[in-house]
Design a protein around this ligand. Structure first.
Ligand code: FE
Length: 345
């Protein structure tokens, strides 16, 4: 197995490759370093099979979209990942082949709802769920400290103690740890109950990242151009969130406008769409907003895959003077989970 960390920086990108089969996978590539990754892959004679983002990143732009376009590599993320450019959605215990090697997916949410770890037998890439002597913050981007505690203590700490730990970030110059060391020495988790961990993580008092418009939302929507001005965190937080049952009740009683902002192939894809909805992909929303001109005073409910891109859409429409806009919380993923009616054509 070829195993390298490529960035030598706080943000880690790992290359996992097979010498025998001349294929490789990149985990958490950073957009500014695409040229470096492609040069190294060529130097090593490795074909890039796939790119995995361990979660939707809030601190750097992912290179997954660029690498997909340039090399045809598949983009792999957890099924709750909001972005439309993912080719393969995976869930807990899925296997990702890299030539003769196999990575096992462990669903480890908490830092974000779409967090995964990748386990190969002697090592585990823990994303931002478990860091070296730390854990990833879970106070924004849909994080959940209780889920994170469960993922760390029940899934990652269930691996053998000598399993090497490689996180997505390290702010102190560490490069690796082991599960055993983190069990004994991780100051966030060690000796804390689930309740105590939640209390700690919900009161870290960290400032919110100020680049939410430049990084998080472009990663969530895999959008790369200036056709859209992304809303601020304050604008996003003002969007009214309705769960699927509430939305179905409104459809039954008051005929709201259902605005789906995904890509056309998602609209007719596996998750389908809500019957009677209008499709305007997020990237076209500003330029096509006049198509919604007759609905300025109607209730518009924005819909997407996970409820993330549609929150952006709802905030944009509110900013354009639409008075009554809500979001389908949890998107078509939750809508399908609740077995509500779906059309696929
Ligand atoms: Fe992160």
């Amino acid at each position: 197995m070829i195993f390298r960390e490529l960035n030598r920086a706080k943000c880690k990108t790992y290359l996992i490759g097979s010498e025998k089969d001349h294929v490789a996978l990149l985990v958490d590539p950073v957009r500014e370093k695409v040229d470096r990754y492609l040069a190294l892959l060529a130097y090593l004679g490795l074909k890039l099979d796939a790119v995995v983002d361990t979660h939707t990143h809030a601190d750097h732009r992912t290179a997954s979209l660029d690498l997909k376009e340039l090399t045809g590599a598949q983009v792999i993320m957890h099924r709750k990942a909001p972005a439309p450019h993912v080719n393969l959605h995976v869930d807990d215990r899925a296997k990702i082949p890299v030539g003769e090697l196999q990575l096992e997916v462990l669903y480890t949410p908490g830092h974000t709802p779409d967090g995964i770890s990748l386990y190969t037998g002697d090592r585990v890439l823990t994303g931002d769920t478990l860091l070296i002597r730390g854990t990833g913050r879970c106070d924004f981007a849909g994080g959940d400290a209780g889920e994170q505690y469960d993922a760390i203590t029940q899934k990652l700490f269930a691996l053998p103690d000598d399993t090497l730990v490689f996180p997505s970030h390290d702010y102190r110059g560490n490069t690796r740890s082991t599960i055993g060391e983190e069990k004994r020495l991780n100051p966030r988790v060690m000796g804390r109950s689930r309740e105590q961990y939640i209390e700690l993580m919900n009161n870290l008092g960290l400032p919110l990242p100020d680049n939410i418009q430049e990084v998080l939302q472009p990663n969530q929507s895999a959008m790369d151009d200036d056709r859209l001005r992304f809303p601020s965190l304050a604008e996003l937080n003002q969007v009214r969130q309705l769960n699927p049952i509430q939305v179905q009740a409104l459809i039954d009683t008051s005929a709201p406008i259902i605005l789906d902002v995904r890509e056309p192939e998602e609209y007719t894809g596996e998750l389908g769409h809500i019957p009677g909805s209008i499709l305007i992909p997020l990237k076209d929303l500003t330029s096509r907003s006049e198509e919604l001109g007759n609905y300025k005073d109607k209730h518009i409910i924005a819909v997407c895959r996970a409820g993330v891109r549609s929150t952006t859409a709802a905030a944009i429409l509110t900013g354009l003077g639409f008075d009554h806009v809500s979001n389908l919380k949890g998107g078509m993923l939750d809508w399908n989970n609740d077995n509500l009616s779906v059309e696929r054509r």
